[in-house]
Design a protein around this ligand. Sequence first.
Ligand SMILES: NC(=O)c1ccc[n+]([C@@H]2O[C@H](COP(=O)([O-])OP(=O)(O)OC[C@H]3O[C@@H](n4cnc5c(N)ncnc54)[C@H](O)[C@@H]3O)[C@@H](O)[C@H]2O)c1
Ligand SMILES: O=C(O)C(=O)C[C@@H](O)[C@H](O)[C@H](O)COP(=O)(O)O
Ligand SMILES: [Zn+2]
Length: 358
Amino acid sequence: MNAQRITLRVSTPSRNYFVHIAKGILRDSGLLAQQLGLEKRIALIFDEAVKAYATKIVDSLKAYGYEPKLLAIASGEGSKSFKTVEMIVTALSEMELDRKSTIIALGGGVLGDVAGFAASIFLRGISFVLVPTTLLAMVDSAIGGKTGINLPQGKNLIGSFHQPLEVWIDPTVLDTLSARLISAGMAEIIKYGMIHDQALLEEIEKKDKADLLYLIKRSVEIKAEIVGADEKEKTGKRALLNFGHTLGHALEAANGYKDLLHGEAVAIGMHGACLLSNRLLSFPETAIERLKKILRLYSLPLKAQGLSQRDILDALKLDKKRDRGTNAWVLLKNIGLPIISKEITKEDVDWLLKEILD
Ligand SMILES: NC(=O)c1ccc[n+]([C@@H]2O[C@H](COP(=O)([O-])OP(=O)(O)OC[C@H]3O[C@@H](n4cnc5c(N)ncnc54)[C@H](O)[C@@H]3O)[C@@H](O)[C@H]2O)c1
Ligand SMILES: O=C(O)C(=O)C[C@@H](O)[C@H](O)[C@H](O)COP(=O)(O)O
Ligand SMILES: [Zn+2]
């Protein structure tokens, strides 16, 4: 067992669970499964790009008497679809999984979201363990139990809340992740800094000297705190995690879920939300400049190119947080002081899109 393990707890009304962070923890999968009391029948669903990590998990599970069945899923946002869900649940049936069986989901946010959704509906819900392999999934999507798929009309329009049994984070898998995908994960960490934690923002500003383990740990802590306070987005606290996402999700949909990564869309969305915050809430110019500098530091985009204003407006109309015809925007009074505004007018949005599509 890895000595340098950090263990954090996520406490929600549905389930309390641990997030283990340790270099090389994949090699302990068998022991962790045994400690969780998992039944022998396990399905390991993995993103086809991380087959080598799936093999490590399989070897460790086998050493503890497990006989995992494997299912590879195509990489990419396109896999967050009904087609993939149908494929997964059909395979689970053919594997003869029952209600006591467990899914281990290995991959980035896409794999976790779609496998988690399948876990939440198969036999009306079976357990799953998340093993995130991208920075974004480690710091965000693996925590909090949101699962889902996209519709052509909009992001994450189908989904469920289904908390994992446990989350196993092995930071060494990031060695094979591209610089672009590390930056996409950084976008969600920057989000936590902007809405919640000045000290985290200062660590982020160190760029290459930033302590990656601290960034992961602090992000998981912040997300766990927010999700613990408002698991199912009832009070507005969890909705603050949507900073940058109202515009970001619309950009992803308008782009047909191609080319633009989720983290990149969120980066543009945060820039846009800060511009709106300045226009409507006197969010300081200096804070906008600070965010722009951070986004540039990580080669993240500030603006969207080549997208149609009409497509973005259409996607905004289908945002699931829309309330009586008005989108909910997370704006900032200042860094660390987020609010939810449902008062954004059509003129404000037209102005913003002109700024962002420029
Ligand atoms: N459920 C939530 O709370 C939540 C939170 C944030 C984002 N999301 C969702 O997460 C998705 C984005 O996640 P993502 O950025 O992880 O994208 P992703 O899952 O598409 O992974 C990005 C790419 O990295 C590859 N990859 C994964 N791990 C790798 C590794 N270790 N080495 C090399 N390549 C690797 C994948 O094959 C893929 O091509 C979006 O759909 C977004 O909506 C969900
Ligand atoms: O977990 C949350 O809550 C978040 O808002 C985290 C976001 O980073 C994430 O992209 C999430 O999937 C967005 O949720 P949605 O409800 O707006 O689809
Ligand atoms: Zn996100």
